[in-house]
Design a protein around this ligand. Structure first.
Ligand code: ZN
Length: 449
């Protein structure tokens, strides 16, 4: 197994580094199986803290719980507030917790990163979203699969590993971070900016997002979000020829998208193993459109006034491939708008960038991929499939800011259940992926014969 730690951190001589299991008869798998009740209770405790984002509820409460737990398992723990990041306030502080346990010899650091925030509940539930009901092999609740089940599985796996092996090389880190559901700026991005994902500190990262226990997620597509406004001139609605209708100008923009942009995007396919198949090409969603006066709402029930709209705005969500560049994506849309400006009378626009995320893709030969793939095959009896995510997750910050390429998402849970009503996680799935995580720690942190 190739180490990707910085030069100079070479493993210590093998003398005295033979792993000493604490019990001659128990294996790591036995220990994890023994912790089933503990795993269920921990997952329930995590689900029962409603860490809703927005607005960023109870972040400190969940971090305190994880800190207390990992401290008693022998980890050095640190609470970190991402001061000044989007949404951070005295009412809704952006808290993160990071825990580290040093081994007895030099070696690599394996880091498990989970986000602790969950999305809104939404309609359609038949269970209490924060009740953490257990029925047969499932635990129900908002965040059960995305991703408190994965967080709990990684905690159980590392605790079992530490109990099983008094001596191991390197170190283990666990983090529970804020705001992944809103971009991760108060979570992993903040930690990465403050050196927590630097290569001299961390060498392998596993993010237990719900990708299914038999799949390894190598990365994700990029995204570019922007607002486009077309301009017009207000006039009386009975004499639109005296004004200039911004909504009609936006219609021309949408026509250009239909005629040129969407067909061009449909021809671009990626070698990234993105699932589902439909996302294996460039895509764009038009998130919203608004022109003219506000629609009739709760506060106003009268009739509209008659006006030609002088402004129309859309927000676009353009997802792009590793084979495309952010500059190219931006330029393609600006070119369409400039073409309209040159050819359509009175057309004018303003484009405001909202956010962007670059694609990330870990190499299949990377040590963490190889290790988790072998562990998955050992535990579930077949090689994993490799996937990439249509949307992004915190890998983007670890890659872009931390410059750490040896990172994957691997965790229990069915991706399609994330953010849905009656979200749930399978207990057997959590145990299986805890086993995969434990075996991966054995490969990465125990000396080989
Ligand atoms: Zn998630």
């Amino acid at each position: 197994m190739a180490h990707i730690s910085k030069a100079g951190v070479s493993p210590a001589p093998l003398a005295n580094r033979t792993p000493i299991p604490n019990s001659a008869t128990m294996t790591l798998t036995d220990r994890i199986a023994d912790k089933r009740q503990d795993l269920v209770a921990l997952t329930q405790d995590l689900i029962r803290i409603p860490t809703l984002n927005p607005p960023g509820e109870d972040y400190r409460t969940i971090c305190d719980l994880i800190k207390k737990r990992l401290k008693s398992s022998g980890f050095e723990t640190q609470l970190i507030r991402a001061y000044g990041t989007p949404g951070d306030s005295e009412r809704y502080p952006r808290w993160n917790v990071i825990a580290r346990r040093e081994g007895t010899d030099q070696g690599d650091c394996v880091h498990f990163n989970s986000h602790h925030d969950v999305v809104e509940v939404g309609a359609g539930w038949t269970r209490d979203p924060f009740g953490a009901d257990v029925e047969e092999d499932r635990i129900y609740g908002r965040g059960a699969c995305d991703m408190k089940g994965g967080l709990a599985a990684s905690i159980i796996a590392t605790e079992a590993f530490i109990e099983e092996y008094a001596h191991f090389a390197g170190s283990i880190e666990l983090s529970a971070t804020a705001d992944e559901e809103s971009g991760g700026y108060g979570g992993v991005a903040y930690l990465a900016e403050h050196g927590f994902c630097d290569l001299d500190r961390v060498q392998h990262v596993i993010i237990p997002e719900p990708l299914n226990k038999d799949r390894i997620c190598l990365g994700h597509r990029g995204g570019w979000w922007a607002e486009i406004e077309t301009k017009g001139e207000i006039a009386h609605g009975s004499m639109p020829f005296l004004g200039d209708c911004a909504v009609r100008h936006m219609g021309a923009v949408l026509s250009a998208f239909e005629d040129k942009l969407f067909p061009a995007m449909a021809t671009r396919h990626t070698d990234m193993p993105v699932v589902p198949d439909g996302a294996r090409q460039s895509t764009m969603n038009i998130n919203s459109i608004h022109g003219g006066q506000p629609e009739q709402g709760k506060d106003y029930t009268g009739l509209p006034a008659h006006c030609v709209p002088d402004s129309c705005r859309i927000v676009i969500d353009r997802r792009f491939l590793i084979e495309e560049s952010l500059d190219g994506v931006r330029a393609e849309i600006i070119e369409l708008l400039e073409h309209l400006k040159a050819n359509r009378p009175d057309f004018d626009y303003e484009l405001t960038e909202i956010n962007s995320v670059t694609p990330s893709m870990t190499d299949r030969d990377a040590p963490v991929v190889q290790t988790v793939a072998q562990a998955t095959e050992d535990v579930i009896g077949k090689p994993p499939s490799y996937v990439a995510s249509p949307g992004s997750y915190d890998q983007k910050h670890i890659d872009r800011i931390g410059k750490l390429k040896n990172c994957i998402a691997y965790g229990p849970g069915v991706l399609e259940l994330a953010h849905k009503p009656d979200e749930r996680i399978g207990i057997t799935d959590m145990l299986d992926s805890a086993n995969v995580m434990g075996k991966s720690l054995e490969t990465l942190l125990l000396p080989r014969d």
